[in-house]
Design a protein around this ligand. Structure first.
Ligand SMILES: Nc1ncnc2c1ncn2[C@@H]1O[C@H](COP(=O)(O)OP(=O)(O)OP(=O)(O)O)[C@@H](O)[C@H]1O
Ligand SMILES: [Mg+2]
Length: 375
């Protein structure tokens, strides 16, 4: 069993005046030309499952041009439960509801988490380190209620501390006060990341092997404070000690450069294929396999932790994957994982998949071109 999304209703959200989407417990394919509103629906689903959107919109962006209030509702059901998630965006503010009651974003997360895979993620391996840290953190906040809080506490402390470091006349005891917050929150963030990455790694290695059996893959956390031995990685005090020592060591340089030089905000997540750093050595196809394996690993880690599958959102990625990687995706989805796939072209899917999927045409007013390019 598990929890499934059943029905999404949107009013004055993005390009939609009024729209209802029934979701299959298996696969729902949203097909339509460019700019039809497919990604808008994926975003709506992500907002009501992850409590955030990969587009990082301001609340105003979510409201349809010319309207004043956007509304979303998503009904979830399963395990004998019914839940209604809602979002309203009005007057520059966004608010979430759960069964009609106002909740913070954390009240939305963790019920039916979602894993999104979109073209933006395809070059995650070679982009800057912050992209990979964000991938891990965005995943982590869905699985642990307090993690989002920790990350924002750390970021706030970091900003304040950097401001003080830039200010030559700032009192030094103020800096020590922020050091404390930075170290406590930073150590917690590190402990969370290390544990989560370890869980992802186990699945990543396995999934990658099923996509590319002749290669071995690995992923490591490269902490800017230096090596954190595995036996200390779950001990917050020990990790705080490493962070404190590293801060003390870089203090002089920090003051000179006016910024905090060590801590979770400077860490790197390193992917290795056959022992070589994927960022500089992996081919385009290998990088895509890695990202695909990472996403599948996210699904599996969610299942390990919650006991049921997340909602899988595949926005426009099938066209970016070759036939064998597409097959790997389809094989993985099997029948159990509720999945929403967007595409401009049904030709990327096998007849077998289309037969069992619920296909919804988005914004298609012209005659249907089965299997042809709609865009
Ligand atoms: N707040 C808004 N009000 C009105 N229209 C909006 C708003 N936000 C986005 N749009 C429009 O929604 C349209 C559809 O966007 P969307 O990204 O969902 O298309 P898509 O079907 O995913 O297209 P593609 O296949 O190119 O990815 C865009 O033309 C965009 O301008
Ligand atoms: Mg799109």
């Amino acid at each position: 069993m598990g929890i499934f999304a059943q029905r999404l209703v949107a009013h004055d959200f993005r390009s939609y005046e009024s729209f209802e989407l029934e979701l299959d417990e298996g696969i729902t394919v949203l097909v339509g030309p460019n700019a039809a509103g497919k990604t808008n629906l994926v975003e709506a689903l992500q907002l009501l499952t992850a409590g955030q959107s990969f587009r990082r919109p301001s609340p105003v962006d979510l409201v349809r041009d010319g309207a004043t209030r956007a509304e979303l509702a998503l009904s979830l059901a399963g395990d004998g439960r019914r839940l209604d998630m809602g979002m309203v965006s009005e007057r520059g503010r966004r608010a979430f509801t759960r069964n009609g009651k106002r909740v913070p974003a954390s009240g939305i997360r963790g019920v039916l988490p979602s894993v999104l895979f979109c073209p933006d993620h395809l070059d995650m391996i070679k982009r800057s380190a912050s992209v990979r840290r964000a991938a891990l953190d965005d995943f982590g906040v869905q699985l642990n209620e307090s993690y989002a809080q920790l990350v924002s506490t750390y970021e706030r402390a970091l900003e304040q501390r950097n401001n003080l470091l830039k200010d030559r006349f700032a009192p030094r005891d103020l800096l020590s006060a922020w050091d404390e917050t930075l170290i406590t929150a930073g150590a917690s963030v590190l402990v969370h990341r290390l544990a989560l990455l370890e869980r992802v790694r186990a699945h990543l290695v396995e999934v990658y092997a099923s996509i590319a059996p002749r290669e071995t893959v690995d992923v490591r956390y490269r902490a800017s404070v230096g090596d954190i031995p595995t036996e200390s990685s779950r001990d917050r005090d020990a990790v705080a000690g490493y962070l404190a020592a590293a801060l003390a060591e870089t203090r002089e340089e920090e003051t000179r450069r006016g910024m905090t030089l060590v801590g979770p905000h400077r860490d790197e997540i390193v992917f290795l294929i056959d022992g070589r750093e994927a960022r500089s050595f992996a081919s385009q196809g290998q990088q895509r396999s890695l990202v695909l394996a990472w996403k599948i690993a996210e699904v599996e880690v969610t299942r390990d932790i919650l006991g049921y599958n997340p909602l899988l959102l595949l926005d426009d990625v099938m066209s970016e994957l070759d036939a064998s990687r597409r097959e790997a995706v389809v094989r993985f989805i099997a029948d159990e994982i509720q999945t929403v796939i967007t595409t401009t072209n049904l030709g990327y899917f096998t007849d077998e998949l289309l037969r069992r999927a619920h296909v919804v045409r988005i914004g298609a007013t012209e005659p249907e071109h089965e299997g042809g390019e709609l865009g």
